[in-house]
Design a protein around this ligand. Sequence first.
Ligand SMILES: *[C@@H]1O[C@H](CO)[C@@H](O)[C@H](O)[C@H]1NC(C)=O
Ligand SMILES: *[C@@H]1O[C@H](CO)[C@@H](O)[C@H](O)[C@H]1NC(C)=O
Ligand SMILES: *[C@@H]1O[C@H](CO)[C@@H](O)[C@H](O)[C@H]1NC(C)=O
Length: 255
Amino acid sequence: MRPRALHGVLPGALCLALWCLCGALGLWRSGNHEWKKLIMVHHWPTTVCKEIENDCSNPPDYWTIHGLWPDKSEECNRSWHFNLEEIKDLLPDMKIYWPDVTHPPNHSHFWKHEWEKHGTCAAQLDALNSQKKYFGKSLDLYKDLALNSMLQKLGIKPSINYYQISDIKDALASVYGVIPKVQCLPPREGEEVQTLGQIELCLTKGLQLRNCTEPGEPRSRRRDAWPARATGQGPGLEVCEDGPTFYPPPDEARH
Ligand SMILES: *[C@@H]1O[C@H](CO)[C@@H](O)[C@H](O)[C@H]1NC(C)=O
Ligand SMILES: *[C@@H]1O[C@H](CO)[C@@H](O)[C@H](O)[C@H]1NC(C)=O
Ligand SMILES: *[C@@H]1O[C@H](CO)[C@@H](O)[C@H](O)[C@H]1NC(C)=O
């Protein structure tokens, strides 16, 4: 009896060991500040407010920028400090498209965080090698990708009726031609379903759209908090589970 049971256990243990090894390798790599894709992270302000349990007053009713993140490294140059002066010209756009929805009206703490954690790594690319270029290019990408109008055209609007995650992912894949990554807040106590929170579109180092998944990787992954945390995910959001999801209307934040 025993050996037969072990047959099942061994491959499992091997997988776990491999998973740990890959994890360790990932950490080692990030120490090396090597990365291969950029992630344009959009978040839904109503869900951000919910995530941090903050009564945001009037969160924007459009998807805003969370950040432009290299996939595998953080804080690549701690002596390259954020300087608001350098992005002075961008401030009008920054306030609209890259607001700190949780601490208005002072957004600079959020921008400083994004620069120091992610921008200093993204700056390995010539196209992003200054604060002005990093924030300016991020704004350009956000406008070019036009997630808000794409979603509208696809008929995906905040609603009290639930969406299927696969429908949202398929619709986005059809307009962008690449596989996005969609993140949700898992259902909290008393809630039926997860809440849509973040939409990520991935780019090559040449700033061209690419799949967020790696070649050969299955399209739909299950909950995957570890790599999400490693890329600087705020607490709470996880890769959405297949199934229904709530895309909360902005008014819901005030209920
Ligand atoms: C880190 O940033 C500082 C300030 O911009 C710069 O002088 C230095 O060369 C950078 N170091 C590396 C390793 O890129
Ligand atoms: C906004 O926050 C930044 C960073 O935390 C701080 O340096 C700055 O003084 C603040 N500005 C205002 C107007 O409060
Ligand atoms: C992106 O993913 C799709 C669907 O899995 C696949 O057909 C396509 O070949 C992928 N593209 C690249 C460049 O890997």
